[in-house]
Ligand binder design. Structure first.
Ligand SMILES: Nc1nc2c(ncn2[C@@H]2O[C@H](COP(=O)(O)OP(=O)(O)OP(=O)(O)O)[C@@H](O)[C@H]2O)c(=O)[nH]1
Ligand SMILES: [Mg+2]
Length: 309
């Protein structure tokens, strides 16, 4: 096959996958019915809730934070849990923890692949609940179980947290967004009761970088994503922030201006070939997506403060 034909084939591979008209802009609109329903149920059940565990993905402390959660849960005491801390770049993520602390949040990091001891989280929960418990005491009311709502965007590990806390498989989990579809109370111990909720995303994902981060870290259903654009974004972000990881994983030092050329290099290296030795570009794209999803590229945080960019 000549150079010209090859180039046409690559172009075709790229445009076929692209749902958007403009390649540089992704347009994600994913808001399944269960999310709208979850928001409504949370709003209705708010009276029963004492405290909120807001779970975010430590690799994207800005993009994975639900916009306007305050509107939904009001002034309920809250703990911001930076989950999947095992996969993040601690140096960058700590900056975000400090940033949120300065804004008055109580934060804690969590790695649910290893943690079995939740003393730190329980202690923090007790501390945050203290003012409310004091009020109850003064009113002469009995101590009662703290009722906690777990909220967050899809796939951050809300159900996994509940399973770790109960020590059993109380909730279904899965490495894809949208696993939990209902709200359910689960008793943790004599002190705590948890309400698991489905992942919620706000309907409009106008912030492009934010949307791409959510896509790259599997918070949005893959089937509706322009995967070539997501992979291009992920590879360019690796090149920009973690070139040594890019080279280690893919043997590539620079991403070509034409992403297809780089996908070809990665495809050869990883054996993503079709008959006749041609590159299977779709396969390359799915390899990169899965590498990130399955945590093969550790130590990365894509959200940055503007001045660090
Ligand atoms: N590396 C790592 N993976 C985690 C951690 N916590 C959860 N996971 C994985 O993340 C994936 C999603 O977990 P779930 O608990 O189903 O997430 P969820 O927030 O309940 O997702 P939805 O119900 O879809 O909103 C699963 O594959 C978990 O094993 C963590 O701390 N570190
Ligand atoms: Mg879930």
């Amino acid at each position: 096959m000549g150079m010209y034909q090859k180039r046409e084939q690559r172009k075709k591979a790229k445009t076929e996958d692209n749902n958007t008209e403009n390649n540089s802009k992704i347009n994600i609109n994913w808001y399944p019915g269960h999310m709208a329903k979850a928001k409504r149920l949370i709003r209705e059940g708010l009276d029963q809730i004492d405290l909120v565990y807001e779970v975010i993905d430590a690799r994207m402390p800005k993009s994975s934070k639900i916009v306007d959660l305050d509107d939904l849960v009001g002034k309920k005491p809250r703990i911001l849990i930076f989950n999947k801390i095992d996969l993040c770049d601690l140096k960058e993520t700590k900056k975000w923890m400090n940033y949120y602390e300065e804004q008055g949040y109580v934060t804690i990091g969590s790695d649910l692949t290893k943690t079995t001891n939740f003393k730190a989280l329980f202690d923090l929960t007790k501390k945050v609940m203290e003012p409310m418990n004091l009020i109850r005491q003064r009113k002469g009311l009995k101590e009662r179980r703290t009722r906690i709502l777990i909220v967050g965007i899809p796939n951050v590990g809300k159900s996994t947290l509940i399973n770790r806390l109960t020590g059993k498989k109380a909730r279904e989990v899965g490495n894809k967004p949208g696993v939990t579809k209902n709200l359910d109370w689960i008793r943790i111990n004599d002190q705590l009761e948890l309400l698991d909720s489905p992942g919620i995303l706000w309907p409009k994902l106008e912030d492009q970088t934010g949307a791409l981060n959510l896509a790259a870290f599997s918070a949005i259903r893959e089937e509706i994503l322009p995967l070539y654009d997501v992979v291009e974004y992920a590879l360019r972000s690796l090149e920009k922030y973690y070139p040594e990881k890019l080279e280690q994983r893919y043997g590539v030092r620079e991403i070509d201006e034409d992403i297809i050329i780089t996908l070809e290099v990665i495809g050869r290296r990883r054996g993503a070939l079709i008959k006749g030795g041609e590159i299977d570009y779709d396969k390359v794209v799915s390899i990169v997506i899965n590498d990130i999803k399955d945590g093969y590229i550790e130590g990365i945080t894509f959200d940055r403060f503007e001045e660090d960019n």
